[in-house]
Design a protein around this ligand. Structure first.
Ligand SMILES: NC(=O)c1ccc[n+]([C@@H]2O[C@H](COP(=O)([O-])OP(=O)(O)OC[C@H]3O[C@@H](n4cnc5c(N)ncnc54)[C@H](OP(=O)(O)O)[C@@H]3O)[C@@H](O)[C@H]2O)c1
Length: 319
């Protein structure tokens, strides 16, 4: 049986990764977390058995050095936007495909005992979006290696600091109406704490080896329902204009070229063509109980001033 001791947490500085890091430390693991900018992850610097290292994980030798002395690798690197291309643009190719390929190869040589790779619900080679196609090829790279693997495919993830419900809260604070592409897209939001718990449990359960797990919350919503719910919670109920496809397309194209952070791209819109829901049994693995959105979201969506919402958007622009 594999008992993780030393874990390389690639992408550990992000929204989900930080929760995973805290859980691993609480389970007695030492955690090595590479990041492009150490100063961004203050909350990890004080963790007793975590080591945050400024490193370029795309460099083969650096990756080898990072894996030295480790027994487990978790990969959470992911991006939402890329320059376009067929089957996907070069940023998606680098972060979602080349990096998992390098991780799989380097892990074999480093005698790593298990890799947990975080993908996304709907990852398919034939998916309509570049994001999902590149995620599918990343999964294939991990599955093609000889190190025992576990793949996690979350639906959209919510929790304090998320870029999803918080984005719609910020927008509704700032604008009087909400023009929405993909309003009828269905999703099954899953709580970040539950996702982190499933990732960590996958390291301890032998039956998890070479399995793909879909991670979904207890309820299905349309995007429009979620935006309306967020508006109600923050006391800024805005009329939602469900945009027909050509208009949604134009809006996304305009947002891609607007200065500042990309709020929505044409590829994001293509991702919304596929429902992000579990087709059958949607219970989480390893006995993890799915947390309802309504029991967590109100706590972190409220209590923000307009100034906080501007600051939020500015901060995301720098990431
Ligand atoms: N959040 C969701 O709703 C959701 C839903 C489904 C699937 N997922 C998947 O879950 C994983 C984690 O998501 P998240 O929300 O935690 O992401 P996140 O907060 O954006 O964090 C992304 C992480 O990836 C690293 N990273 C980003 N671009 C990189 C690059 N070009 N090279 C090297 N490292 C890079 C970042 O490290 P730095 O410190 O260097 O910036 C950060 O640690 C991703 O694979 C994502 O696709 C997320």
């Amino acid at each position: 049986m594999h008992t993780p001791k030393n874990v390389l947490l690639v992408g550990g500085s992000g929204f989900i990764g930080q929760q995973v890091a805290h859980l691993l430390v609480s389970r007695g693991c030492t955690v090595r977390i590479p990041t492009r900018r150490r100063s961004r992850v203050q909350s990890l610097l004080t963790l007793p058995t975590a080591e945050v290292i400024e490193a370029n994980v795309h460099d083969r030798l650096t990756l080898q050095n990072l894996m030295e002395g480790q027994d487990t690798v978790i990969n959470l690197v992911g991006i939402l936007h890329s320059s376009g291309g067929r089957p996907y643009g070069r940023d998606f190719a680098r972060a979602h495909v080349a990096l998992p390929q390098a991780i799989a190869r380097t892990a074999e040589a480093a005698d790593i005992k298990r890799i947990v790779h975080v993908s996304a619900l709907g990852a398919e080679r034939t998916a309509p979006s570049e994001y999902l196609r590149s995620k599918a090829d990343g999964e294939a790279a991990i599955r093609g290696g000889s190190v025992p693997w576990v793949i996690m495919r979350p639906s959209v993830v919510f929790g304090p600091g998320d870029s999803f419900l918080n984005l719609f809260a910020n927008l509704q604070h700032l604008f009087p109406v909400m023009p929405l592409g993909g309003a009828k897209a269905r999703m099954q939001p899953v709580y970040v704490g539950d996702v982190a718990q499933c990732i960590v449990e996958a390291l301890y359960h032998v039956e998890a080896i070479n399995h793909i797990y879909r991670l979904c919350g207890p309820h299905i919503y349309t995007l429009e329902q979620l935006v309306k719910y967020v508006g109600e919670q923050i006391g800024a109920i805005r009329p939602i204009l469900s945009l027909p496809t050509p208009l949604a397309w134009l809006q996304a194209a305009a947002l891609e070229f607007a200065p500042g952070p990309t709020l929505m791209s044409r590829d994001n819109l293509r991702s919304l063509k596929v429902d992000s829901v579990c087709p059958d049994d949607c219970s989480l693995p390893f006995g993890v109980e799915a947390t309802p959105l309504e029991s967590v979201a109100p706590n972190y969506l409220t209590h923000k001033s307009s100034r906080d919402h501007y600051a939020d958007i500015r901060q995301r622009a720098r990431r």
